[in-house]
Structure formats: structure tokens, C-alpha cells
Design a protein. Structure first.
Length: 559
């Protein structure tokens, strides 16, 4: 195999050792997963690799979601491993979430040995075909000589914009064979610097902005990926142009900024949803047009508005709305290019009293919160989470009713402080995602918000959290059922409620049985103290809040 002039080739390591050494060169310091027959060779190599912390989880879905959280919070690739068959299928939900969240999660799994493959053997399926729709690339390594090349491609594809998960697999017979070491550094086999935006396209964009009377910036994950929030704030301040965030990146431009309108769309903020339709020029920066921000139709976006769309992933331009100017390249170069042109033209485009708009929305939103309501309102719980969590704290929201309420009341102060399951909407991911995020950012306090269904889905990971000393707080919105489905049945099925009610365990006692902090709250006046005690415990914690079944988040937003 031709390796190129920079490769260093030596003799005498197993395929598993070569694989793990490739992870070290990529800067991997955590691997999540569960050992099994066909990935034990990888675990054996990890045992001898103190620079990589292996996090043994209680379910492969939990492992995949932890890798999701780690990748999201760190901005770096994350690795998860499982054995063949059900090990791989159990990973699928978390890997699918990484695909829809554009996160570089690399799945490295076992596969049945060639001698028994495709002969109806135990745990034998066509794993590559299974994983292909959930990943950017899936591959079964055919021999030991291809192990390191496959790892390189898995990282290269995962880190190429738009980012996303990849899957590689090998049987123990391959991983235990000897091979030569190919000591290639990442910069020699994948691009690590995004291209800059084309100056001519930036000129066109600036011409449209100069002509506009009511321009608005909308920003997305590109600001977070490239750490461009501060630069975006400077551009907004220099021009006076207000900034709204796409649904899944409300921390890309913190809502505490005077020019922030907040997140768009369903369960977004009315300050954003009522301002953007007035805009005659929308400048989308680092943006992917998601369904819940735009509903894929005109309304939030005016049909008459000029649209400038910049992203580092060219394939995402024009998917939903036709554009007037398309700009592909790094978000940093987009912001810097606009800032230079705006300064040269002395561009000032302040056109709306943002303080007034925000105050009106804040008054309406806070007016709904009733601190004395019994049973406890979910809005009150969401409001209390924001009050108690420090400004640098991270919140992780699950899918469903609880997550909707938190998104509506969670103001952001810093980038990198909000994580959700994005367009995958998988119930049960919040807690393991929070564990992965905490491992990536141990300096930040973390609160996960989930309904009672979502809380139980991966509850066994409390044992993982205790064993690994991962201090994350899970807040359970306990309404004894599926609040999101109740809301849809109320809105679209004539109030015919069916298959949404069930009984729950005592979540707080269950958490304490693992050795974690656990407290149950029935009265609103007890909530804030319980949250503060959970955070102060400095260990895995759970606060169960018994909430009103009938206070449901709306299923559609007002345009």
C-alpha cells in the first residue's frame, strides 16, 4: 500500500494496537462503549493505553449518546465501540442522533469472523448496510493491512463539512493479526483548515445589506464549531443589526446580548418570531435551515426578503429556500469579511428597538409562570433551572414536553451552554448526553431536563455516572405520562387521550439506590432549594418534580 513520503513504517503490532495508536494521533482521550466477543481486542489495547479513558456504560445506546455529548461539548471527534449484532443495533439511535446533529462520532465495532459470517450464525447481520443510512460512511475492514487506512478515512469523512458520524468494523481475527505501523499525523491525511469565503460573494452580500432597510442576522452551529460568537457580537454591535438564533443553537449568540432576539421557530421566542417576518434582508451565518426554525415555508421568513446564506457545507445551501447570495466557506472568514466591508462603508442599520421587543416578550413569558401553582407548572420548573444554573452552566434538553418548556425559558449567556437532540428528537438521550458533555467540559455544571419517559430510558447510566464520578444533575418532569403526545391528541385528535398514561417509580429513591443524590419535589417553594442542593452535592444527582399533567407546550408556533 502506498503511504506517501511522510509515513513512518515499523514492524510488529496487532491490528488492534495500530487502531488505538491511530486514535491517539487523532487526540482521542475518551472512548465510550461495552466490550463483547469481537471488540475485545480493542479493549485489550485500550487497557494498555492510559492516555485514553475508557467509559464502560450500561447500554450501547447510552454509550452512543455519551459520545454525542462529548463531541458536541468539545467540538472534537468522539469514539464509541460495541460488539457485533445487537451491540451495533443498540448503538443506532445515538448514531442517528449524531447524523442529524452533524457531530463527528466514530463507531468502531466488532463483526463476526469470516469463517461463520453469512451462514445464519449468532449475532450475524449485514452491519454495514444497517449503519449506512445513519452515517456518512460505513465500512467493514477486510484485512489487517487496511485497519489504519480505515481509521484515517473514518476521521477524514467525519470531520469534513458537514460533519457527521462514521462506522468501521473488524473481527477479532483481523484485530489480532500483526501489521506494520503507519505513523501518519492527521494533517497529512485530512484537511484541518476551512476555505475562506469568496471576496466577490462577500461584496454581493454587502451590497444587499447596504440596500436593506430592515436586515436581520440569523446564526447557527457554524459559530459554535468555529468559536466565532465574539466576532459575531462585534459585527452586530458595529452595524446595529439584530441577531436571531436557529432553534438548535440558541447559545451561538447568547440571549443576554442587547442585540439578541433569541431562538426562532416552534418553541422559540416571540421576540424572534415577530421580528424576522418584518426583515427585508436575512443574513444567515453558519446556518443550516432546520424544520423547527423555519417550518420549511414562508412565514417566519418573508417571501420578499433577500436571503444571504453562508455555511461551511456548500451542499446545505438552497435546500429549503432559494437564495440571493450563496457563500461557502468558513464562518470566521464570513464574519471578518462582512466586518471589514461594514467598517469601510460606515454601515449602520439599527432599525428596531430590540430592548422594547424583548421586554414585551419577557413580560408575556414570565407572566405565565405561577410560583404558587399546585400541581407545579412545568414552566415554573424551566424558569427555576435557569435561575439556579450558573451562567457558564450547560443545560441538556430531552425530546418531548419538558424540553420544549426549557427551550422557551432558557436564556443563554455563553456559547457552548445548550445541547439538545436536534432534528433526531430521540426521547431518552438527555442524561447520557449530559454525562458525555460533562466529561468534555468538567469545569461546567450540567443540568439535564427530561420527562419521566425519557428519564427511565437510560436510567442505568446512573451506575456509570457514580462509578466514573460524573457530577450531572437530572431534573425529571414527572407528569405520569407522555405530555407531548397528550398535547398532540388534544390539538389534532379531539382530545381523545389514549396510551399516554402510566405509573412511575419513586425516581428520587431509585437514584439514591445507586448512591446518587435524589430528592422529590411536590411544592413549588421547595424546588429552588432542591436544585441548589443537587448541584452542591458534587456527585450524580436527580431532582424529581411532580408537575401538572394538563399544562402542555403548544404543538405549533405562532407565525
Amino acid at each position: 500500500m502506498a503511504l506517501g513520503p511522510k509515513a513512518k513504517v515499523t514492524d510488529g503490532v496487532t491490528g488492534a494496537r495500530a487502531l488505538v495508536d491511530s486514535l491517539l494521533r487523532e487526540g482521542i482521550d475518551h472512548v465510550f462503549g461495552i466490550p463483547g466477543t469481537q471488540n475485545l481486542a480493542i479493549l485489550d489495547a485500550l487497557r494498555d493505553t492510559p492516555k485514553i479513558r475508557f467509559i464502560l456504560t450500561r447500554h450501547e445506546q447510552g454509550a452512543a449518546f455519551m459520545a454525542y455529548g462529548f463531541a458536541k461539548a468539545s467540538g472534537k471527534p468522539a469514539v464509541v465501540t460495541a460488539t457485533e449484532g445487537p451491540g451495533v443495533t443498540n448503538l443506532a439511535t445515538g448514531i442517528g442522533g449524531a447524523m442529524r446533529g452533524y457531530l463527528p462520532v466514530i463507531s468502531i465495532c466488532g463483526v463476526q469472523e469470516s469463517e461463520i459470517r453469512e451462514r445464519d450464525a449468532t449475532q450475524d447481520i449485514d452491519q454495514v448496510t444497517f449503519m449506512r443510512p445513519l452515517t456518512k460512511w460505513a465500512y467493514s475492514i477486510p484485512n489487517v493491512a487496511k485497519v489504519q487506512e480505515s481509521v484515517r478515512k473514518a476521521f477524514r469523512v467525519a470531520m469534513t463539512e458537514p460533519r457527521g458520524p462514521t462506522h468501521i468494523e473488524a473481527s477479532s481475527e483481523i484485530l489480532l493479526e500483526q501489521t506494520n505501523v503507519e505513523a501518519l499525523e492527521p494533517a497529512t491525511y485530512r484537511n484541518t483548515v476551512l476555505p475562506v469565503c469568496d471576496p466577490a460573494q462577500l461584496d454581493k452580500a454587502m451590497a444587499l445589506i447596504a440596500q436593506a432597510k430592515k436586515p436581520v442576522f440569523i446564526v447557527g452551529r457554524g459559530l459554535l464549531t468555529e468559536s466565532a460568537t465574539a466576532a459575531m457580537a462585534q459585527l452586530a454591535e458595529a452595524t446595529g443589526i439584530p441577531v436571531a438564533c436557529l432553534q438548535y443553537s440558541p447559545d451561538a449568540f447568547p440571549s443576554s446580548h442587547p442585540l439578541a432576539l433569541g431562538p426562532l421557530g416552534r418553541n422559540g421566542w416571540e421576540s424572534a418570531n415577530t421580528t424576522l417576518p418584518q426583515s427585508d434582508c436575512i443574513i444567515a451565518v453558519g446556518a443550516h435551515m432546520d424544520l423547527y426554525s423555519t417550518m420549511f415555508k414562508y412565514g417566519i421568513f418573508s417571501k420578499d426578503a433577500k436571503l444571504i446564506h453562508q455555511t461551511s457545507a456548500p451542499s446545505q445551501i438552497g435546500i429549503v429556500f432559494p437564495v440571493d447570495v450563496s457563500i461557502a466557506g468558513s464562518t470566521v472568514s464570513m464574519i471578518e469579511g462582512l466586518a471589514q466591508r461594514a467598517a469601510k462603508a460606515n454601515l449602520k442599520k439599527a432599525w428596531i428597538d430590540i430592548t422594547k421587543v424583548r421586554e414585551k416578550y419577557d413580560a408575556e413569558r414570565n407572566g405565565i409562570v405561577r410560583p404558587d401553582a399546585m400541581p407545579i407548572q412545568p414552566q415554573f420548573v424551566a424558569h427555576a433551572i435557569r435561575e439556579v444554573l450558573p451562567k457558564n452552566g450547560m443545560v441538556i434538553t430531552d425530546a418531548g414536553n419538558a424540553g420544549k418548556h426549557v427551550r422557551n425559558y432558557y436564556g443563554t449567556y455563553e456559547p457552548g451552554t445548550f445541547i439538545t437532540i436536534e432534528d433526531w428528537g430521540s426521547v431518552g438521550g438527555a442524561f447520557p448526553i449530559g454525562l458525555g458533555a460533562k466529561l468534555a467540559r468538567p469545569d461546567r455544571p450540567v443540568i439535564c431536563a427530561a420527562g419521566d419517559m425519557g428519564a427511565l430510558c437510560n436510567f442505568a447510566e446512573f451506575e456509570t455516572a457514580m462509578r466514573e464520578n460524573i457530577a450531572v444533575v437530572l431534573v425529571v418532569f414527572n407528569d405520569q405520562g407522555l405530555g407531548n403526545e397528550r398535547a398532540f391528541q388534544q390539538a389534532h385528535y379531539g382530545g381523545r387521550i389514549f396510551a399516554t398514561d402510566y405509573n412511575n417509580p419513586d425516581f428520587a429513591s431509585l437514584a439514591r439506590s445507586f448512591g446518587a443524590f435524589g430528592e422529590q419535589v411536590h411544592k413549588p417553594e421547595d424546588l429552588k432549594g432542591a436544585l441548589q442542593r443537587a448541584l452542591a452535592s458534587n456527585k450524580p444527582a436527580l431532582v424529581e418534580v411532580v408537575i401538572d399533567q394538563n399544562t402542555l407546550a403548544p404543538v405549533v408556533f405562532k407565525a
